[in-house]
Write a protein that binds this ligand. Structure first.
Ligand SMILES: [Mn+2]
Length: 426
């Protein structure tokens, strides 16, 4: 199923007048504040986020999984789903593959499909947190940190293979996330596990092509519940520094202990030129993988404030690999992703509204009240007409979710694929 621009434009007709009125009203107010609205719309339109190949089917919990009708049953169908998202939102112009869940069989066909939908291949993800069918050795007691040299070598070689796959598709970065850790005190030496992990990361890094970067993700707990080898941003930062210039830390919003100041983590990493990737989701308690912006939208805005500041002032950071890393247990995955994409763009647009000069002046005057007024003034602005204008300019939908429902996309996917398909992944 592929959405045509004509179909989408026909859906847009009924809302255009209302959009014009809202946009003009907002643009007038912003222009009066000295904001160049066209530049703002262009920045929003240019902001593209990768959709991971595992997010297009229903997720699950350790208690079970409720499948969603019409799920994509193979990589080609997953690409088609990203194509639908991108056609409607004009924001999902990239896909992030997970190996081995989505190893292409026919590279030329997959690339052609991506071109057809206007999608590029962003960071590619390895998996040493599961045993793969036919694998000689098990990761039950760790992969890159394992006490057994042969197991570490198998895990390193898997990462090299993922890079070779990514090269064929045009990816330029490898994301490494490890489940390595312990569930009980005394199970393993912290120091030795970290030393082995550093050695393995260096071996992976040494195999990267010159124009590739390596993104090292951290997480404090789960699936291990006592310790994780790469537990926090500091450990990731240390490993990235040990590997070299093209190794960076990747921040996943769900991978922090409760109440962590993630915006400060972002600022610190960007100041050192070591933030390379970003995974969006939202959470209430832990790594809940909920829809972006569904629980803490103000925190997301504060994080974007630091991202915007860093992108302007810290040129040592690479172009960021943005990705949604959420799981959809009870929503239509495509609808959930559209809500996440909207929340990301909204937070970004609001962060762009912050008057940085006025904020700096208020900071220098120790005018704490004014600092808060500046941030919250931007946050309280309803920027949705800017997002609509950005989408319209690229041929997307005025209201992606509304168009998705009106065009009967899910019903069409069920008719094509059937009710009981199951997406690959966890
Ligand atoms: Mn992640």
């Amino acid at each position: 199923m592929q959405l045509s621009k004509d179909n989408i434009q026909a859906q847009n007709q009924s809302g255009l007048k209302h959009h014009e009125a809202n946009y003009n009203h907002l643009a007038e107010g912003l222009t009066a504040q000295g904001i160049d609205v066209e530049t703002l719309v262009k920045a929003v339109a240019d902001f593209q986020v990768a959709v991971p190949s595992w997010a297009l089917g229903a997720g699950g919990t350790r208690f079970g999984r409720f499948s969603f009708h019409g799920e994509p049953g193979n990589l080609e169908q997953k690409m088609a789903d990203v194509g639908i998202l991108h056609a409607l939102t004009q924001t999902a112009g990239a896909v992030s593959l997970h190996i081995p869940w989505d190893t292409p069989e026919d590279y030329a066909a997959v690339k052609q499909l991506a071109d057809q939908h206007g999608i590029v291949f962003d960071a590619i993800n390895s998996n040493t947190f599961q045993d793969q069918p036919g694998a000689a050795l098990s990761y039950k007691h760790g992969s890159l940190c394992n006490t057994d040299e042969a197991i570490r070598a198998q895990a390193v070689e898997h990462n090299h293979e993922v890079v070779r796959i990514g090269e064929k598709l045009g990816s330029k970065s490898l994301t490494v996330w490890l489940a390595d850790g312990t569930s009980f005190p005394g199970q393993r030496s912290f120091q030795k596990a970290l030393a082995q992990t550093e050695k393995s990361c260096k071996e992976i890094y040494a195999g990267l092509p010159d124009d590739w970067s390596m993104l090292i993700e951290y997480k404090p707990y789960e699936p291990n519940f006592y310790s994780t080898v790469i537990m926090d941003w500091g450990t990731s930062f240390m490993l990235a520094n040990a590997c070299g210039d093209r190794a960076y830390t990747l921040v996943d919003l769900g991978h922090h202990l409760p109440n962590s100041n993630i915006e400060q983590v972002v600022a610190t990493l960007m100041a050192k030129g070591k933030l390379g990737g970003f995974h969006f989701n939202d959470s209430k308690y832990g790594d809940d993988d909920l829809t972006v912006g569904s629980i803490k939208p103000y925190a997301l805005f504060l994080i974007f404030n630091e991202l915007v500041y860093g992108m302007r002032n810290n040129p040592n950071n690479p172009d960021m690999a943005w990705m949604i890393d959420a799981s959809h247990n009870i929503k239509d995955p495509l609808e959930d992703l559209m809500q996440s994409l909207e929340a990301i763009q909204e937070a970004y647009a609001k962060a762009l509204l912050i008057d940085q000069e006025a904020l700096t002046a208020a900071q220098l005057n120790h005018d704490v009240v004014q600092c808060q007024e500046i941030l919250q003034g931007a946050y309280r602005t309803d920027v949705r007409p800017l997002l609509e204008r950005a989408r319209l300019g690229r041929g997307g939908a005025l209201n992606p979710l509304g168009a998705y429902r009106a065009l009967g996309v899910r019903e069409g996917l069920i008719a094509e694929r059937g009710k009981h398909t199951v997406a690959t992944g966890l």
